[in-house]
Design a protein around this ligand. Structure first.
Ligand SMILES: Nc1nc2c(c(=O)[nH]1)N=C([C@H](O)[C@H](O)COP(=O)(O)OP(=O)(O)OP(=O)(O)O)CN2
Ligand SMILES: [Zn+2]
Length: 120
C-alpha cells in the first residue's frame, strides 16, 4: 500500500533578496513566519502500520530548525539568496540523506504563496 505522509513545520526568520531588481521591496530586510511541509512516500509496513514514525520526521527536522529559526537566512551557508525556491532546495539537500522516500518539500513564505520542490 503506497502512501504519502506530510508533516508541517514552522520557523520564523528574516531575509532580504539580494538579486531582485533595483527598487524591489524584497531587497530590504524583512521577515516571515515560514511554514514548511515535508512529504514522504512509501509502503505501509505490516509490522508497524506506518510508513515511518512521524517522530522520526520531527527528529530529522530538528537540526534544520536550529539553523533556520530566528536566524538571518542570508547568513546561513547555502542561503545567501534565500528565495522560497532556494530554501526548498536547501531543505531537500539537508533531509534527503536521512529520509528515504522524501518526495516533496513545500515552503510557504506567506499564506498565499508557496514553492514545491520534488527533487531533480
Ligand atoms: N518566486 C519568488 N518570488 C518572490 C519570492 C520568492 O522567494 N520566490 N519572495 C519574495 C519576498 O520574499 C516577499 O517577501 C514575499 O512576500 P509577498 O509575496 O510580497 O507577500 P507579502 O505578504 O509580504 O505582501 P502582500 O502585501 O501581502 O502581498 C517576493 N517574490
Ligand atoms: Zn520575503
Amino acid at each position: 500500500m503506497n502512501t504519502r505522509l506530510v508533516h508541517e513545520f514552522r520557523f520564523e526568520a528574516a531575509h532580504r533578496l539580494p538579486k531582485v531588481p533595483r527598487g524591489h521591496r524584497c531587497e530590504r530586510l524583512h521577515g516571515h513566519s515560514f511554514r514548511v511541509e515535508i512529504a514522504i512516500e512509501g509502503r505501509v509496513r505490516e509490522e508497524t502500520g506506518w510508513v515511518i514514525d512521524f517522530y522520526d520526521l520531527e527528529k530529522a527536522w530538528a537540526p534544520l530548525h536550529e539553523k533556520l529559526d530566528h536566524h538571518y537566512l542570508n547568513e546561513v551557508p547555502g542561503l545567501e539568496n534565500p528565495t522560497s525556491e532556494i530554501i526548498a532546495h536547501w531543505i531537500w539537500e539537508q533531509l534527503t540523506p536521512s529520509l528515504p522516500g522524501l518526495c516533496r518539500v513545500t515552503v510557504f513564505e506567506t499564506c498565499e504563496a508557496r514553492c514545491e520542490y520534488e527533487g531533480g
